[in-house]
Design a protein around this ligand. Structure first.
Ligand SMILES: Cc1cc2nc3c(=O)[nH]c(=O)nc-3n(C[C@H](O)[C@H](O)[C@H](O)COP(=O)(O)OP(=O)(O)OC[C@H]3O[C@@H](n4cnc5c(N)ncnc54)[C@H](O)[C@@H]3O)c2cc1C
Length: 422
């Protein structure tokens, strides 16, 4: 098995290293090393803020994909309102501007005692501190017939990338008058308004190109986030097009059949033209395998440093964690990542620690010129994290205000993705 020491990694980083090897190696050996697994929103932000704020820390970012596609705003792509390319971001700026060593591989195992991470190639990366930001995994097998192979027929499109493109192709080739069926997951799951925003934006697309089509949401839950805002918008923009059936009404989804695109609840079988099945979720696979998740399937963390409660020296950020009242959003993953980066820098270099404050703002599109937002502030409270303030759009707001929220949302996307990857 291959083992990368700090000296060897310096050589792998580029051909020009030969001439500058001696001074660079001497400097690198004096540095602490943080390895970050997962170059999504949480991981890329931790890497960037650690590298930018503490020049004495060497930062390595392990991520298999050469480019990251955001889930957020992916339903705008489904509705034809954004290009796929506009959702996709590279790692060049993180490497060039902040000196982060980006390794395009999967991490396959963690050895907390030896403080190393094993990569798929067999290489091992030693670390002083480890950050894990693997996002979510899906509970395949929880509903009969829905396994990993079924995602190629009934896409979840709950990770950005090929799944989103597949769903878009299915919507494009669907005939007018067909049924688009969304299976919405139980709590907790990534992006609480997400399934209902998706229904709104697909309805926006149908209204223009396939006006006889219908949308049915079979929900595992009996209510959902911002329900009044969504149901008001569905009545105003898409009368008669979207139907939502709560779990208590259907008895829940029991099985799916990918051969005839049908979904069976306790009492009925629904046949659809396109099925967007969003499964129940848990922390990403590596977190499960490394024993960082508890029986809930999510990772418990210490709320001021995001250090694992199960494994000291390993920090976890993003959707993989579950703490108090924190929803799973990109905005919060980024906010957590900054607190985590400062806590690690303080532990490794003795720099100042700040009182942690977390923020989340979510923009949700209901139509092309109608969007709402929610803003929450959160803070550690004892052993957990609680909401201290909350502000949500209201039913009946002025159309001009809603248009302004659309503009704010588009501006946020540009600024936010620059904060993470720029
Ligand atoms: C349809 C939809 C709409 C959304 N809209 C919004 C919104 O408007 N606003 C908002 O704030 N949030 C939104 N979200 C939520 C947001 O996308 C997630 O909360 C966010 O991406 C979580 O970040 P993360 O870093 O935890 O996970 P991800 O961004 O999923 O990143 C995880 C990364 O880890 C990598 N990885 C996994 N395992 C390994 C391994 N073993 N080795 C190396 N790398 C690994 C993956 O390749 C991936 O790149 C939306 C989500 C969806 C699905």
């Amino acid at each position: 098995m291959n083992c990368w020491t700090r000296r060897q990694f310096g050589c792998l980083a580029g051909a020009a290293c030969l001439t500058a090897l001696a001074p660079r190696v001497a400097k690198a050996q004096a540095k602490s090393r943080v390895v970050v697994i997962g170059g999504g929103i949480g991981g890329a932000t931790v890497a960037k803020y650690l590298a930018a704020s503490a020049g004495t820390i060497e930062v390595m970012l392990v991520e298999p994909k050469p480019r990251y596609t955001t889930c957020f705003f992916s339903s705008l792509y489904l509705a034809g309102m954004r290009s796929f390319e506009s959702l996709t971001h590279g790692y060049e700026a993180l490497a060039q501007n902040y000196g982060i060593k980006v390794i395009h591989e999967s991490a396959v195992a963690i050895d907390p005692a030896g403080k190393t991470v094993a990569l798929k190639s067999g290489a091992k990366l030693p670390y002083d501190r480890l950050v894990l930001a693997p996002g979510i995994a899906f509970k395949f097998g929880a509903i009969e017939g829905y396994d990993e192979a079924a995602t190629e027929i009934m896409p979840h499109a709950w990770n950005g990338g090929p799944q989103t493109e597949l769903l878009r192709r299915q919507l494009d080739s669907m005939e007018d008058g067909g049924l688009f069926l969304i299976v919405a997951p139980p709590n907790p799951f990534r992006c609480p308004p997400g399934p209902y925003e998706r229904a709104s934006l697909v309805a926006y697309y149908f209204k223009q190109y396939k006006p006889k089509s219908k949308i049915l949401i079979l929900d595992a839950k009996d209510s959902f986030f911002e329900q009044d805002l969504f149901q008001d918008a569905w009545t105003r923009h898409y009368p008669g097009m979207i139907e939502w059936l709560p779990g208590q009404f259907t008895g829940g989804v029991k099985s799916v059949n990918v051969k005839d695109l049908s979904v069976k609840t306790q009492g009925e079988t629904f046949k659809a033209a396109v099925v967007n099945f969003i499964p129940a979720q848990m922390a990403g696979e590596l977190a499960q395998q490394a024993g960082l998740a508890d029986q809930s399937g999510w990772c418990p963390i210490e709320p001021t440093s995001f250090e694992s409660k199960l494994q000291p020296g390993i920090h976890i950020v993003g959707d993989a964690i579950q703490s108090g009242e924190m929803p799973k959003s990109a905005f919060l993953a980024n906010s957590q990542a900054k607190i985590c980066a400062f806590a690690i820098a303080a532990a490794l270099t003795g720099s100042d620690r700040f009182a942690p404050h977390l923020f989340n703002t979510c923009f949700t599109f209901l139509a092309a010129d109608d969007a709402v937002s929610d803003a929450i502030a959160l803070a550690p409270n004892g052993n957990t994290i609680k909401i201290s303030e909350i502000l949500i759009s209201e039913v009946g707001e002025d159309a001009e205000l809603r248009r302004q929220v659309v503009q704010a949302a588009n501006g946020w996307y540009t600024a936010f993705t620059h904060d993470v990857f720029g």
